[in-house]
Each structure stands twice: as structure tokens, then as C-alpha cells.
Write a protein that binds this ligand. Structure first.
Ligand code: HEM
Ligand SMILES: N=C(Nc1cccc(CNC[C@@H]2CCCN2)c1)c1cccs1
Length: 362
């Protein structure tokens, strides 16, 4: 991005921020003048804490694929822009896991490291999520999460050794500047995991399924006012279908539907008895039941859709259009039972926002 572009994006963001928070106009013109002189000197500018907080909230509100946006104003921000060493970065990441977990009452949280524009000691997080299971391709087939096979190879190449169970939590992998990446095992006692059981089908527990409590996305770029925060891990809480209808159900992932059907004693010979759908619903019910039993925040897809509908009403009341990506907003279980199925959304890309970025490894 050229420095003219940074200045233009800064002005757009600051104007939106000051207007939406009813700050006096002269404060805005002063801040824009200050930012422009800093950009003239350094080619970039430093945002205030309040600016990165509002920027993170706007990025969430603008996330077209997110059904959880009702709570966009309720996110806590850890300002990690001063972090400079591997020790400091790993410490922020472990704190993020613990503070967002909050003994099960999960808090939306984002940790923001320095922007790419600062050039020195650029921090890159190689993990897709801070908590995720390893995957291994073996002669006998796949062990663990097939989504992680490539990253697991990278980790083992860096010296990490997985136990080769279906649920090995991967190490944190961080790279500062052009230095060699460093990895760190996450201590067992801060990894919240939930064993999966079903209130009416006791046999399901014997599948020995479990999943980690918090999804913390750590490989997206947060863009605010022309600055690129390429390390800005953020979390919400899970929607049960993510685990029950995708992670456990996809054939190329844990492929559990045939096993769940067997534990429910339903015949799997003919698709026409909908054994796959019965297994899917009860697996999703088991995920929701198990999280709730352990007191861990989770939402079902019906509640999440209703909350999204309230978000749409709030935005309309503020005179703002809701942008969305329909194919991501509809849940993978019973999508047509939600209002989302029955209405169109425009997928305009606004900033601030979260974007995919090239993997730090290939
Ligand atoms: C508070 C509870 C939240 C829930 C229940 C929720 C739910 C979801 C779900 C189900 C998806 C689709 C994921 C998939 O299909 O792989 C999603 C996508 C997304 N969410 Fe949320 N979300 C929440 C909070 C947040 C927060 C706090 C942020 C950021 C500050 C966020 C940003 C995003 C983004 C950027 C995507 C798209 C990711 C991609 O394109 O791969 N969400 N959300
Ligand atoms: N509940 C969540 N789920 C979520 C959100 C964004 C991205 C993801 C991971 N999506 C990647 C997978 C793999 C391909 C399609 N989905 C999960 C949240 C994660 C972080 C904040 S909310």
C-alpha cells in the first residue's frame, strides 16, 4: 500500500470512528493532521489504543462470514504492539488462551501485535488456530485432524514430536523477522478440552471423542485504517455445528457418522432411512450437551441465527446495511429452519476487516 493510500485509509477509518462515537469534529481534524504528519515522517502511523479497539470491533462487525456479529461491541483487546522477543510473544499467546477461556465463561478476545508497516521484528504466527489437533498420514490411514497434516509436518521438521493420538494439541509456532521460527508446547493444564457424551445414548461416550473449548483464529490479517496487523489472534465461542457437523462429521476429517450410527443401533445399509442425518443430529446434540455439562460457553445454530437476526435489526435501526456471505452464514445442520436461508445478503467487503493472508510456510 502506498503512503498516499495509507493516509486515505487512515482518514476514512478515523472519520468513521469519530462519527460513530460522537467525538467533536475538531478532534477529528486535529487527529487527521497529526496522523498525516506522522505518515510524512515515517511512512506509517501509530494508532491509539482506543483506535485499535474500535478498529477490531468494526472488523468483527464487517466479517461477512460471521453469524456471531450481534456481540461485535463486546470484545476485549490485548495491546501486544510492544512485544519484541519470542518469550514475550509466547507469553501473550498463553495469556490469550487463559484469559479468553475465563473458567468456561468464554470472552471474545483479540491480541494485537505490531503492524507490518513497522518493518522491524515482524511477528508471524504460523498456526491456523492457537489450539488445534495434529494430523498424520500413515500406511494404516489418517490419524488425528487431516486439516493439520501439512502443518504437523512443519512442526515435526522444527523438532516437535507428536504422540500420534487422534487429539495431539499442536505446538505454538512463531517467527520474528527473518529469524528461524521457534515452537513451544502449550502446557496441558491450560488446554481446556471437553469429552463428548450423549444424555440418551450412553454408548456414544465409548467413541472417546473430545474437542478443545475455544477456537482462536491466528492466521488472518486484521486491517485497520491502512495498517496491516498480520498477527492478531482472535476468538469467540464455538457454534456446536462447527464441531459436530464438520470437524467430526466430514469424511475427510474425523468421519464419525458411521460409528455414531452403530452406537445408536441404526441400520446403515440404506441411505433412505436417513441414518446419516439421525447420527448427525445426535452427534451435534452430544456436542452441545457435553459443553454445557462442563460449563463451557457454546451456542446452537438456532440460537446463533436468532441472535444474528437481532444484529440485523440493530444495524437497520442504525441505518447501516448488513453485508454477509450467505453460503457461510447458513449453518450446515437444518439450514432452512433459519431465517438466513430465506433471505439474500450482499457480500460487499468493507474495512476494517479480517482477511486471509499467505501462509508463512509452504
Ligand atoms: C462470539 C461468538 C462467535 C461465534 C458463535 C461465531 C461464529 C462463527 C462461525 C460459525 C463462523 C464460520 C466458521 C466456519 O464455518 O469455519 C464464523 C466465521 C468468522 N468469524 Fe465469527 N463468531 C464469533 C465471534 C467472532 C469474533 C470475536 C470475531 C473477530 C473479532 C469473529 C470473526 C469471524 C471471521 C473473520 C470469520 C470468517 C473466517 C473465515 O473467513 O475463514 N467471529 N464465526
Ligand atoms: N466460532 C468460531 N469459528 C470460526 C471462525 C472463523 C474461522 C473458523 C475456522 N474456519 C476454517 C474452517 C476450515 C475450512 C472452513 N472452515 C472458525 C470462531 C473463531 C474465532 C472467533 S469465532
Amino acid at each position: 500500500m502506498t503512503i498516499e493510500k495509507v493516509s486515505q485509509e487512515a482518514k476514512l477509518f478515523l472519520t468513521q470512528y469519530f462519527n460513530e462515537t460522537d467525538k467533536p469534529y475538531e478532534y477529528l481534524t486535529q487527529r487527521i493532521a497529526q496522523v498525516n504528519s506522522e505518515i510524512d515522517q515515517k511512512g506509517y502511523y501509530t494508532q491509539t489504543y482506543d483506535e485499535i479497539v474500535y478498529g477490531a470491533k468494526l472488523a468483527w462487525r464487517n466479517s461477512n462470514r460471521c453469524i456471531g456479529r450481534l456481540f461485535w461491541e463486546r470484545i476485549e483487546v490485548a495491546d501486544a504492539r510492544k512485544a519484541d522477543t519470542y518469550e514475550e510473544v509466547f507469553d501473550y499467546l498463553l495469556s490469550h488462551i487463559q484469559l479468553s477461556f475465563n473458567h468456561g465463561r468464554i470472552k471474545p478476545y483479540i491480541t494485537i501485535f505490531r503492524p507490518q508497516q513497522e518493518k522491524k521484528n515482524i511477528i508471524k504466527i504460523w498456526n491456523h488456530q492457537l489450539l488445534r489437533y495434529a494430523g498424520y498420514q500413515t500406511e494404516e490411514g489418517i490419524i488425528g485432524d487431516s486439516d493439520s497434516i501439512q502443518f504437523t509436518k512443519i512442526c515435526e521438521g522444527l523438532g516437535w514430536k507428536g504422540a500420534r493420538t487422534n487429539f495431539d494439541i499442536l505446538p505454538l509456532v512463531v517467527q520474528i523477522g527473518d529469524n528461524h521460527p521457534q515452537w513451544m508446547e502449550i502446557p496441558d493444564d491450560i488446554i481446556p478440552e471437553i469429552p463428548i457424551e450423549h444424555p440418551d445414548y450412553p454408548e456414544i461416550a465409548s467413541l472417546n471423542l473430545k474437542w478443545y473449548a475455544i477456537p482462536i483464529i491466528s492466521d488472518m490479517r486484521l486491517e485497520i485504517g491502512g495498517l496491516d496487523y498480520i498477527a492478531a489472534p482472535f476468538n469467540g465461542w464455538y457454534m456446536g455445528t462447527e464441531i459436530g457437523a464438520r470437524n467430526f462429521a466430514d469424511e475427510y476429517r474425523y468421519n464419525m457418522l458411521p460409528k455414531v450410527a452403530e452406537k445408536m443401533n441404526i441400520n446403515t445399509k440404506h441411505e433412505s432411512n436417513l441414518w446419516r442425518d439421525r447420527a448427525l443430529v445426535e452427534l451435534n446434540a452430544a456436542v452441545l450437551y457435553s459443553f454445557k455439562k462442563q460449563g463451557i460457553t457454546i451456542t446452537d445454530h438456532h440460537t446463533a441465527a436468532k441472535q444474528f437476526e437481532v444484529f440485523e435489526k440493530h444495524e437497520a435501526a442504525k441505518g447501516r446495511d448488513v453485508t454477509g456471505k450467505w453460503t457461510w452464514l447458513i449453518p450446515p445442520v437444518s439450514p432452512a429452519t433459519t431465517h438466513i436461508w430465506h433471505k439474500p445478503y450482499t457480500n460487499d467487503i468493507l474495512t476494517p476487516n479480517f482477511f486471509y493472508q499467505d501462509k508463512s510456510y509452504q
